[in-house]
Design a protein around this ligand. Sequence first.
Ligand code: XMP
Length: 304
Amino acid sequence: MGLNVPQFIDEAIGEIRRQVEGRAVIGLSGGVDSSVCAFLAREAIGDRLIPVYVDSGLMRQGESKKIAEMFSDFNLITVYAEDRFLSALAGVIDPEEKRKVVGETFIRVFEEEARQVGAEYLIQGTIYPDLIESEGGIKSHHNVGGLPLKMEFKGIVEPLRELYKDEVREVARGLSMPTEICERMPYPGPGLSVRILGEVTRDKLAVVRAANAIVEEELNSFLPWQAFAAILGKATGVKGDIRAYGYVVAVRAVSSRDAMTADVLELSWDVLRRISHRITGEIPEVSRVVYDLTPKPPGTIEFE
Ligand code: XMP
């Protein structure tokens, strides 16, 4: 049976109203989950909702500007925390530790903002697959298994915890949210940090951000579930007769219904070649581009 959207919206608004006393902070990432939560929460508690966007430095190209535009009528608080995230991530190479460091840093920033405005509740866009993957020990989604054990909040409110992504999109349409938000590709909370295998540095972030922008530009019209780039490591290449020890960038493009399983997009050779040429041509630090052929399972969608 499909989701009864109007009923879900009414019940979610009621639940938020019952759970939140006083003010609540919501972390907005620009993705459909947190955006839907923000729309529901605004209906439920009006200006007792304090929306916070944390620019972690792990965001996609142009994302901060886009989020400011998308939520221009929301009194958004923007926190610039790139240095803080990068110092917390310095030296961290284990993927699960990375997720925990990012999850904890987000929570500490939200706690500080909440303290300043006297909010005791945190609203999060956690969805069902986030819970399943974290509890099943597959990977700690930053908003579930990546959370610290001790938090200052009196309550965490998760109105979407029983929904799959396609149901969240239905709710978004039911709330008449802008199409751009309803149909956006999923993007992981730990952002570009899980698209860099090994240590996250400013230089690698710049490279992977540029590569992600090219992949999205080239593949958006294929309507993938997700299409992105990740840095796998370094390899020897040759550019203009000179040895180039550069980054290996993997391109990943998948179709999926709910992110629990995924198939690789069968792209034409022309499309793949064009992406490879653009990435090695436009990003001097990259010496090699590969296309990931692994479905989920046995792979996961993100690399870490
Ligand atoms: P995986 O990589 O486990 O990802 O196949 C399944 C889906 O979840 C997204 N993802 C996340 N979303 N917080 C999120 O909000 C996270 O920590 C996280 N990790 C992965 C991923 O992009 C894919 O759509």
